[in-house]
Design a protein around this ligand. Structure first.
Ligand SMILES: Cc1cc2nc3c(=O)[nH]c(=O)nc-3n(C[C@H](O)[C@H](O)[C@H](O)COP(=O)(O)OP(=O)(O)OC[C@H]3O[C@@H](n4cnc5c(N)ncnc54)[C@H](O)[C@@H]3O)c2cc1C
Length: 414
């Protein structure tokens, strides 16, 4: 019999009434949630879930939010790792890694982009060589968010240079706690240091930590990226709604978030902070300026249309429809909105938009918007790549000519 909303609500309420304690130990509470299947209820019941349909997730989220109950660890890259393991890992890997992802005991990062392969992800030249029954990894990754505190990385690397580009890739779990891995933080123009360069010098991966088999790397990477696009933007949901509740468990969670959320503190600014536009238009008087009003109206129309498109996509998914073109359209709309918001903030603030410090507009937030917005049209696939996807896969236009077929060793790089 299919579960309905009232059944989920009743069962979860009674679980929370008997078990939730805002002064509990964070780790013990998360283990309890995992064992009861309420941490990730949409996951299979064999793996800490309840096989719950996606459309009931919002009921679970509402019940947690109602009493301020803390959930399992969800921030950052960890759920991408978990979803990838659920889809392509074996049982031994799921047994070893999934629980500690959800308890928050182990953190992850995504080792995909390289200096010569970002948009052209399949052009990865990081080498994976099987020597004496273990993989030796040599090469370099870049842009790796959170590598400076990660325990493990999702690694895409090339095991065979004679095969065509996409077929010579394999996928690994890389343990950061070893001497063959070096992490160098990169400082961005907005002052934060969220990403890193990661160098591998005979880094070791046991055979048991290869996900899938040789040549499965590209297909598995697509699963990771699909979840990245779906989950983008959820990072702050957990941290925001607390405030109103008291208890020692929140202090433990805040302590954890100090490290985990630090790389993401500027993410609201990179989206352009549309929420600040009207209050600032009123405060600065720009609301009465006809030129500023035009630009503000344009921004708010773009922003509303994107919201409705996202809602339509979510409603479709909840009714079991396959994912449509909204992913790439939404990603591109997000970039356009952020750029327009940055323009509007500059128009309203004038030269002071360039100043930072406590006495600058919005205590430096406006300057941070201007310096962070360019990132949104790069991260997770650039605007040009989204346009290629839309033209080729949505509009059915002719594909770009390829010059990268044949054995990868003969393909021109960079
Ligand atoms: C905030 C942020 C966080 C990130 N976090 C991670 C992470 O954790 N892990 C990770 O692996 N990566 C991460 N990245 C990297 C990101 O995925 C890459 O930057 C992105 O895919 C673009 O690759 P690139 O920088 O090498 O640019 P390139 O691919 O070199 O592109 C350079 C320019 O050429 C254009 N271009 C390239 N190919 C084409 C084409 N076929 N047609 C038209 N134009 C083209 C691009 O649009 C761009 O304007 C992050 C990036 C950002 C900004």
């Amino acid at each position: 019999m299919e579960l309905n909303e009232a059944q989920v609500r009743n069962e979860l309420r009674s679980f929370l009434e008997s078990n939730w304690d805002p002064n509990a130990d964070l780790l013990a509470w998360r283990n309890k949630l995992i064992d009861a299947g309420w941490g990730m209820p949409s996951w299979p019941d064999r793996w800490y879930g309840r096989n719950m349909p996606q459309h009931l997730q919002s009921v679970v989220a509402e019940e947690f939010a109602r009493i301020g109950a803390v959930s399992v660890a969800r921030t950052g890259i960890r759920l991408l790792a978990a979803e990838t393991l659920l889809a392509h890992g074996n049982d031994a890997q799921r047994e070893r890694y999934l629980r500690k992802i959800l308890t928050g005991e182990e953190t992850w990062c995504q080792l995909f982009s390289e200096p010569g392969s970002g948009s052209d992800l399949a052009g990865s030249t990081t080498k994976a060589e099987l020597v004496n029954d273990e993989w030796l990894i040599n090469g370099q990754k870049v842009w790796t968010t959170s590598a400076h505190h990660a325990d493990f990385g999702l690694l895409l690397a090339r095991h065979d240079w004679d095969l065509p580009k996409h077929q010579g890739l394999s996928y690994f779990i890389l343990n950061f706690r070893q001497k063959g891995v070096e992490v160098h933080p990169l400082k961005q123009m907005n002052g934060h240091a969220s990403f890193n360069q990661v160098f591998f010098n005979d880094a070791k991966v046991p055979r048991s930590d290869q996900i899938g088999k040789n040549g499965d790397g590209w297909q598995i990477a697509m699963t990771t990226l699909m979840h990245e696009r779906r989950n983008a933007g959820n990072i702050f949901v957990e941290a925001r709604r607390r405030g109103d509740f008291q208890g020692s468990i929140y202090e433990q969670e805040a302590e954890e978030n100090k490290i985990l959320l630090e790389p993401y503190t500027w993410y609201p600014q990179r989206a352009g902070r549309v929420d600040l536009v009207l209050p600032r238009a009123r405060a600065t008087g720009a609301i009465s300026d006809p030129v500023a009003r035009q630009e503000i109206a344009k921004l708010l129309i773009m922003s509303r249309c994107a919201e409705w498109t996202a809602l339509r996509a979510r409603a479709g998914q909840q009714q079991g429809q396959p994912q449509g073109p909204e992913g790439s359209l939404g990603k591109l709309a997000g970039s356009n909105i952020a750029r327009q918001a940055s323009k509007v903030h500059t128009l309203m603030t004038g030269v002071d938009a360039m100043t930072s410090g406590d006495d600058s507009p919005e205590a430096g937030v406006i300057a941070e918007i201007l310096l962070s917005v360019p990132a949104i049209s790069i991260a997770g696939g650039t605007d040009e790549i989204q346009r290629n996807i839309i033209s080729e896969r949505v509009l059915g236009m002719q594909k770009e000519p390829r010059t990268d077929t044949g054995p990868f060793k003969d393909v021109r790089k960079n």
